[in-house]
Design a protein around this ligand. Structure first.
Ligand SMILES: C[S@@+](CC[C@H](N)C(=O)[O-])C[C@H]1O[C@@H](n2cnc3c(N)ncnc32)[C@H](O)[C@@H]1O
Length: 317
């Protein structure tokens, strides 16, 4: 469970214990662990870390049914897609679309260490390995996403020792180590103090290394603070805990202020109801239910519909 990069670190026992405690103390842990335990033992013949991260091989109908049932016990699958022995986990998000938007700017990751802050179930880690990364460390406090990653590893790890690690911890719990590339995607608008988040990203980036900051963005000059009348974070597109949605200029300014150089916006795109949608693997409300039925350019709260941007920058040598 512990990434190679933290093996010799003095904080290793502390993070190991924190990870175990977080997982085993979760109220749904027994149910989710039972789903993991029900995964059939099958060794794949091949794998792919392409758009659909997959493991393939021949299985009986009975095994495929058991596999489907066990994987459905780990719903909702928000990030993906994955495919295991012909079972297509059609996740809520087409995360492969996001990867396509950022992949050319990331370029060849040969030999690079990557930190993915708020990594979900580790989907992008597989894509980063395929792009050449030597080790990926994902941090995400969601216990369910951690167990989804375990389910994928249950099969992929039979074909090799992949260095796509996931720690079920917050970024703030990680001991400081520098990486060649740091990804923070979909996290900054959940942070009460975005500038502090960016300064922390800086400390985890090696001199000469790069950061990619991805966020919901708005066009209005001061960003969007969806507060309730009492001043607590309000909802944006039915999402809780959104403190502030910046403009792309603000994202660049935060990175500049933290000390990064060569800040550049690499993509801006509206999120469509084809990219984020309800599926058989995520049966709750999705983007379509979060948009105003009379005006798809507005959320149900009356805010501008989601647009996302990614900005890249380099830490000076
Ligand atoms: C909107 S999702 C984005 C997931 C993925 N990075 C992507 O771009 O598709 C935000 C993720 O950040 C995680 N998260 C929230 N607070 C965090 C923190 N303090 N440290 C690390 N991850 C966090 C959540 O559990 C969630 O999986």
């Amino acid at each position: 469970m512990i990434p190679d990069i933290y093996q010799q670190h003095p904080s290793r026992p502390v993070i190991e214990q924190a990870a175990v405690d977080r997982v085993t103390n979760h109220g749904d842990y027994a149910r989710w662990q039972a789903a993991l335990d029900a995964l059939p033992e099958i060794t794949p013949d091949s794998f792919s870390f392409g758009d659909r991260v997959s493991a393939a091989g021949s299985v009986s109908d009975r095994q495929r049914l058991r596999l489907t049932e066990a994987l459905k016990g780990l719903q909702p699958w928000r990030k993906g897609p994955f495919e295991l022995f012909g079972v297509h986990i059609d996740s809520e998000w087409r995360s492969d679309w996001k990867w396509r938007r950022i992949a050319s700017a990331l370029g060849d990751l040969k030999g690079q260490s990557v930190l993915d802050v708020g990594c979900g179930n580790g989907y992008f880690g597989w894509r980063a390995l395929a792009a050449g990364a030597s080790e990926v460390v994902g941090a995400d406090p969601s216990v369910l996403f951690y167990l989804q990653h375990q389910a994928i590893c249950h099969y992929l790890n039979r074909l090799g020792r992949w260095s796509n690690f996931l720690l079920p911890l917050t970024f703030e719990q990680l001991p400081e180590i520098e990486f060649d590339l740091v990804l923070s995607m979909g996290v900054v608008y959940h942070r009460r103090d975005p500038a502090e988040h960016i300064r922390r990203l800086y400390r985890f980036t090696r001199p000469g290394g790069r950061v990619l900051l991805e966020s919901l963005v708005v066009e209005q000059a001061d960003g969007l603070v969806p507060e309730t009348p009492s001043g607590t974070p309000g909802r944006y597109a039915r999402m809780r805990n959104v403190h502030m949605i910046p403009t792309t200029d603000m994202m660049c300014q935060w990175l500049d202020d933290a000390g990064f150089l060569e800040t550049a916006v690499i993509t801006t795109s509206p999120t469509s109801t084809e990219e984020q949608r309800r599926t058989e693997w995520m049966t709750f409300e999705s983007l379509a239910e979060a948009l105003d039925p009379r005006n798809p350019y507005r959320t149900v709260e009356g805010h501008p519909a989601p647009i996302r941007a990614a900005v890249m920058a380099t830490r000076p040598r």
